[in-house]
Design a protein around this ligand. Structure first.
Ligand code: ATP
Ligand code: MG
Length: 426
């Protein structure tokens, strides 16, 4: 019978790869809680209308990337393509933004029907943060500092750079859009096909076209910043001042626009050149109009989302995941002969007294040679060998698996201490 395969673009995460994910996820969640962010969880499935109204009808996501279907009741539902819309919906539904400041974060799978390739999947994972109720550049700077600290902790500062731009208010952006369209209409035949289509639907997206000829054409096009309102420009200057003050390097990229309609004022992306075309690892910005657009009270908001798969690729390439995390077992307990009960008891005692160590009991029997082979394959640092002789003398043999050191006998009552202080230095 033909075996069933996973849906294209939707990956399994295997145990040998999960330590890197866990390392990233726990580093991020610790960091977010150190800045006072609370975790929010909301459904993977939402009413389709939510994404149409927030992300925008003529964006790539809504036009061609959403997993949308009717449920058994005939209601149109969509697998979330991103987290901001669901986060805002949840906050509004529970009154979280009413006269309150909220600093929130979320993580989980997102779904987009895209062409799968390295760093681009149909089920991918994001970790995101959103702040509601603050309109100054200080909170924009806080979010960016948080990501900067994360790259420092992960050892990735050398491979990512920050690109920054401001999109102004929707009115000022509107007058720029008109000027851009007027300029490009006259040169329409020189535009790539995608950009021609966007000229009437979403002209600002032409600015981040990957086509070299289109980019060249844009060199003489009107410049966004010349059209922006004073308040947005001042916000942007203040943000730059704050980033300079805390020493975060950035590049102003006047052509940085985001693929979703709801952004205004600050936008930013952390990009890398190590992942080919999938170069953005974290992206965000301000979206002051979104809460109101969903029927709430006018509430300033800003946030970002990072792509977990792309960060895992960077971590793997940089080889920065600590050994102690990549390793899944520290101590392997070998039970040679009729000593199963003693081995189980010893395993439990070690888990009680060596609480940070990962102890694996050998199960399934077999001779000493076979068990030692498993011990080696487990990645453990030491094997504890319990045989009938050891049980009789109240001892256990410690064999070092990763260094050339003499095997040693230790009394059973001492072994937890020995592991803690002599081998793992806890
Ligand atoms: P891109 O330009 O690469 O398509 P995007 O602008 O569509 O990205 P966002 O909607 O801003 O991406 O999502 C935030 C982050 O989520 C991206 O910077 C990226 O790291 C990650 N991401 C987005 N789409 C995918 C995908 N299909 N597969 C893997 N990661 C993704
Ligand atoms: Mg995209």
């Amino acid at each position: 019978m033909k075996k069933i395969q996973s849906v294209r673009g939707m990956n399994d995460l295997l145990p040998e790869d999960s330590p890197c994910w866990q390392y990233l996820e726990s580093t991020v969640s610790d960091l977010l809680s150190r800045y006072g962010y609370g975790e929010i969880r909301f459904p993977i499935l939402e009413p389709t209308e939510l994404f149409k109204r927030t992300i925008g009808e003529v964006t790539d996501i809504v036009e061609k990337e959403m997993y949308t279907f009717d449920d058994r009741n005939g209601d149109s539902v969509t697998l979330r393509p991103e987290g901001t819309a669901g986060c805002v919906r949840a906050c509004e539904q529970h009154g979280l933004t009413y006269n309150q400041i909220q600093r929130l974060w979320y993580q989980g799978p997102m779904f987009r029907y895209e062409r799968p390739q390295k760093g681009r999947l149909r089920q991918f994972h994001q970790i995101g943060a959103e702040v509601f109720g603050l309109n100054g550049p200080d909170i924009d700077a806080e979010l960016i500092s948080m990501t900067w600290r994360l790259w420092q902790q992960l050892g990735l500062t050398d491979v990512v750079t920050l690109q920054l731009n401001t999109l102004g208010t929707s009115e000022s952006r509107g007058s720029y859009r008109d000027a851009l369209v007027a300029y490009l209409e006259q040169r329409k035949d020189q535009l790539d096909e995608d950009s021609q289509r966007r000229l009437s639907s979403n002209p600002m997206r032409i600015l981040d076209s990957k086509n070299a000829d289109t980019q060249a054409l844009l060199n003489d096009a009107p410049v966004l910043h010349d059209f922006l309102d004073d308040e947005s420009l001042q916000h942007f200057d203040q943000l730059r001042g704050l980033l300079d003050a805390v020493g975060i390097p950035y590049e102003v990229n006047p052509r940085l626009v985001r693929g979703l309609d709801y952004y205004g004022k600050t936008v930013f992306e952390w990009v890398t050149s190590s992942l080919g075309a999938q170069g953005t690892v974290c992206a965000g910005g301000r979206y002051d109009g979104l809460v109101e657009q969903l029927g709430g009270r006018s509430t300033p908001a800003v946030g970002f989302a990072m792509g977990v798969e792309r960060l895992v690729l960077l971590l793997d390439a940089a080889g920065v995941v600590p050994d102690s995390i990549a390793r899944q077992v520290d101590v392997y307990l070998v039970a040679a002969g009729d000593v199963q009960a003693e081995a189980l008891k010893l395993g439990e005692e070690l888990r009680t007294h060596c609480s940070t160590l990962r102890v694996q009991n050998h199960c399934g029997g077999g001779n000493l040679k076979k068990q030692m082979k498993k011990a080696n394959e487990s990645g453990a640092i030491v094997a504890l060998i319990l045989g009938e002789n050891e049980v009789a003398s109240g001892e256990v043999a410690i064999k070092f698996l990763r260094e050339d050191k003499q095997q040693q006998l230790v009394s059973v009552v001492e072994v937890a201490n020995f592991l803690n202080h002599k081998i793992f230095n806890q």
